[in-house]
Design a protein around this ligand. Structure first.
Ligand code: CP
Length: 327
């Protein structure tokens, strides 16, 4: 899909094309701002790893991860390095957080080191906003508690847009542990903003109350939810965030909500299958679906993650780099 003609500094609808200092969530972004970030990501999708312009040369990017990550941490690191930034990773396990340092003191320490951009993952909802309010540089949310994971939603939207030619009017089914999922929340906000028809499916114990207010249709019957789907996005059962018995058993959950090849072929032949990872194979998704050459977009999602994070790092540091039109 060709990028739109939005350029840095272009004024649309009476305001700057992306006026935000931080990216703490999809909430608060206008549809045209989401589209702008997707368009910006397009330029990095096919860029050769050694080739992109070193727009962030001389800038220091700190990735402060207070919770485990494979995909997000690595892709932010690769994205920053491809753009020429000096990338430093801080893992909570090796930090003074273990000695009782408060989040605010950690934020003040990162700020004193004059980081140019900070990427944060934290187990508490709202922690990223708290840090963003304390530091002088742009902050990107790499996932905070159950709140948001905005770059995951952007990479998912980019994957859908490239595979299906657009997001508007596509029927997207998001199935799994909606109650604990920041990915679901950010995806619902992004996909509804881009005019997709979003269905959500979970057992009633894992369905957030009053979810209809987000403009989605809730289902507890996965087969019914999948009817006519263009995209089926599966979510992980987040056992680490569950204190009680939300599902009778993993086997029962798999029978009712697991995506098998047979279920996919019966209910949504032709649908694109997505999963943000990490996957519980044999629980919410079978390997025959996850590894399906034509139907699964899971590795493509990971590839789009690097492009989206390059775009976000580039856009959010433009003001700091004095890019014309971003003062
Ligand atoms: N999708 C995602 O956030 O994966 P990681 O936890 O591995 O970063």
């Amino acid at each position: 899909m060709p990028p739109s003609d939005h350029r840095p500094g272009t004024l649309i609808e009476g305001g700057a094309v992306f006026p935000h200092r931080h990216l703490t969530g999809i909430e608060g972004l206008e549809p045209h701002e989401i589209t702008f970030l997707l368009d910006e990501a397009e330029r990095w999708v096919d860029a050769a790893p050694g080739g992109p312009e070193k727009r962030l040369a001389g800038l220091t990017q700190i990735n402060a991860f207070f919770e485990n990550s494979t995909r997000t941490l690595l892709s932010f690191e690769i994205a920053g390095k491809r753009l020429g930034a000096d990338v430093v990773n801080m893992h909570a396990a090796q930090s003074s957080v273990k000695k009782g340092e408060t989040l605010i003191d950690t934020a003040m320490t990162l700020n004193a080191m004059r980081a140019d951009v900070i990427v944060i993952r934290h187990m508490s909802s709202g922690a990223v906003r708290l840090i963003a309010d304390k530091v002088d540089c742009p902050v990107l949310n790499a996932g905070d508690g159950r709140h948001e994971h905005p770059t995951q939603a952007l990479l998912d939207a980019l994957t859908i847009r490239r595979r299906l030619g657009g997001v508007a009017n596509r029927r997207v089914v998001i199935c799994g542990d909606l109650l604990h999922s920041r990915v679901a929340r950010s995806n619902i906000l992004a996909l509804t903003a881009l005019a997709a028809e979003v269905r959500v499916c979970a057992p009633s114990t894992l369905m957030p109350p009053a979810i209809e207010r987000f403009g989605v249709t809730p289902f507890t019957d996965f087969d019914a939810a999948m009817e006519g789907a263009d995209v089926v996005m599966m979510l992980r059962l987040q056992t680490e965030r569950m204190a009680g018995g939300y599902v009778p058993s993993v086997r029962e959950y798999h029978l009712r909500y697991g995506l098998t090849l047979d279920r996919l072929e019966r209910r949504a032949p032709g649908a694109l299958v997505m999963h943000p990872g990490p996957m519980n194979r044999g629980v919410e998704i079978d390997s025959a679906v996850a590894d399906h050459v034509e139907r699964s977009a899971i590795t493509e999602q990971v590839a789009m993650g690097v492009a989206v994070r390059m775009a976000c790092l580039d856009v959010l540091t433009r003001r700091r780099r004095g890019v014309e039109g971003w003062a």
